[in-house]
Ligand binder design. Structure first.
Ligand code: PSV
Ligand code: MN
Ligand code: MN
Length: 389
């Protein structure tokens, strides 16, 4: 077999996944938020939970913030707090969707005063990146319209482009924009950035430091996400993932839970494109909500699911695959891919973890650690942070 196992081990040890601060907070659906005991009461406690995930997985050294959910007076001090726990601040996510002013849109709103307010929030987020050392400004806009004729589709694109241009112009040399898209919700008739093509076109207009973020839950059912990955990699315009999984819409379930084969196909294109190495610059983030399950072990499980999909992708015998493809041997090409997918990679990952000095079974190690009991006992009272705050 033409697979270099030492290189596979090395790639798995070097893999990096970013956790989202909001996944540690209470969340729910529009029907009910089920509060959990031990939930973080502050951005500092969310970061402590993220650091705990890193302690058990060894591959999650950064945590993404969402502003204003993670608003603090002193962002430099927040970054120092993160560093003292062994993690760094990842992407800064903006929030221009939870304010009455944004009923008809944020940066695309017909009212120039509201557009100014939304754009100022994007600029404020770059200030937070300066203070925390974050590289990535992650933008998702809930903007869109519910009824044909409600607003002018094309003017909204112009307004969007102009806000993006201003934010891009404010970036430092080593900072970049990650532009997320979403098919629908909360807008139902037309979303202003509904798909990768729209995001891609805006990124092209902006320049080199603007790239697309693929949230795996933001497509129509049946969309071939790995094709989008392959296409954007070829164009050097893939900047990030928001990993989660879905059965129906934007379910935000644990990555790989609903469709581990899709996750494998995505990671296969990443490996094929030479984009797994952190030096390539893709930010592999989670964007999940854990409404009914314990959060920290659910986040660890998501990380393990991504690692398993990655390990399988690394085990694809690329020479055998290329040969079968060149010969037009449809069945053999498919069999080569499926051989890798059908491999049980858990023993390999357990070895990689042991080599890194980690427990080979991070979920069980966490549950044994006493951390959960400690946060349940310690975190009483106070304001709960995150969704549903
Ligand atoms: C929107 O559905 C989204 O995927 C964006 O990334 C938001 O910032 C995030 O969810 C909040 O969970
Ligand atoms: Mn997302
Ligand atoms: Mn989403």
């Amino acid at each position: 077999m033409a697979v270099d196992l030492a290189a596979v081990r090395q790639a798995l040890a070097a893999q990096r996944i970013e956790t989202p601060s909001w996944a540690f907070g209470n969340s729910g659906t529009r029907f009910k938020v089920f509060a959990q005991p031990g939930v973080p009461r502050s951005p500092e406690e969310k970061i402590a939970d993220a650091a705990t995930v890193h302690r058990f997985t060894g591959v999650t050294p950064t945590v993404a913030l969402h502003i204003p959910w993670d608003e603090v007076d002193d962002y430099r001090a927040l970054a120092d707090h993160a560093a003292s726990l062994g993690v760094g601040i990842g992407a800064i996510n903006t929030n221009v969707f939870q304010d009455d002013d944004y009923k008809l849109g944020s940066v695309t709103n017909p009212d120039p005063g509201i557009r100014r307010k939304a754009t100022d929030h994007l600029l404020q987020a770059v200030g937070i990146m300066d203070a925390t050392g974050s590289r990535d400004l992650k933008l998702w806009f809930a903007d869109g319209i519910n009824y044909p004729g409600q607003d002018d589709l094309r003017s909204r694109q112009d307004r969007l482009a102009s806000a993006l241009r201003e934010a891009y112009g404010r970036l430092g040399e080593h900072q970049r924009i990650l532009l997320e898209y979403k098919l629908f919700e909360p807008a139902f008739y037309a979303t202003d950035i509904p798909d990768w093509g729209t995001s891609y076109a805006h990124c092209i207009e902006l320049g080199e430091r603007a790239t697309v973020c693929i949230d795996t839950g933001h497509h129509a059912p049946g969309t071939n996400i790995e094709f989008i990955v392959a296409f954007l990699l070829r164009q050097k315009k893939l900047g990030a993932f928001d990993f989660n999984s879905r059965f129906y819409a934007d379910d935000d379930l644990m990555a790989g839970a609903a469709d581990p084969f899709q996750l494998f196909r995505i990671m296969n294109e990443i490996v094929r494109g030479g984009a797994l190495d952190p030096a390539y610059g893709i930010n592999f983030m989670l964007d999940q909500c854990h409404n009914i399950e314990m959060r920290i072990p659910a986040i660890i499980r998501s990380v393990l699911n991504i690692q398993e999909a990655t390990a399988k992708a690394l085990l694809v015998d690329r020479d055998a695959l290329a040969r079968a493809q060149a010969e037009g041997d449809v069945l053999e090409a498919n069999a080569v891919l499926m051989d890798a997918y059908d491999t049980d990679v858990r023993p390999l990952l357990a070895e990689v973890r042991s080599d890194l000095g980690l427990d080979p079974d991070p979920v069980r190690a966490y549950l044994r650690s006493g951390y959960q009991e400690k946060i349940v006992a310690d975190r009483v009272g106070g304001r709960q942070a995150g969704w549903g705050a």
